[in-house]
Design a protein around this ligand. Sequence first.
Ligand code: ADE
Length: 241
Amino acid sequence: MKITILTLFPELFAPYITTSIIKKAVLQSYVVIECINIRDFTLDKHQRVDDTPFGGGAGLVMKAQPIMDAIDHVRQANSHVIYLTPVAPVYTQSKAKELSHYEHLILLCGHYEGIDERVLSMVDDVISIGDYILTGGEVAAMVVMDSIIRLIPGVISSQSIVSESFEEHLLEYPQYTRPEEVRGLRVPEVLISGHHANIEAYRQQQSLLKTMKYRPDLLKKAKLSEKDKKFIQKMVNDVEK
Ligand code: ADE
């Protein structure tokens, strides 16, 4: 896969691309990452990339011409152009999965008060990473690319992907590692029992409890077994007692 980032601040991406799992994915050629400075495409004699909004209002809007020319420069027949903006559907794990199948993603980062709306005529997809406003799309682009790169087969173990949060619309169960006791806090005994069926049942119950507590909205979408439903009902009854 190739990921091209269009931004006014390419230097923001260097540490991210050269660290940990993303660095490994690049070195092992699972992904090619290219950062392009939109400013390099301005035809303005003062190199301006923004201007005041028509109709008035606060802040500056990124001009259409440098962005459109930058898209034209990097776009190929198989490219999928994504604009990061709060004015969009909120990003999910299933969207990450869908995007992980493209050969070339172009992530367009806005800054200031956003971009000239006419650029959207060249955009295939818009993504918000959540209901809050960032200073620009760069951090959002990192979030999106991170979640996609780790899904490329080989980048991380496929086992980690199967048993993680949101795979079944449930939050992940809690994890523990050595030592068995820290500051008087013990690991749940079942996890050191070696009894695999009990461990699996315990983890499923913990997933259900975390989801009930923090994201009850997800339970409606989750595929729940009869056993899961009984467990949830029991927890609800216990609380109501
Ligand atoms: N740019 C500014 N805020 C954003 C958000 N929440 N998601 C994506 N891009 C953004």
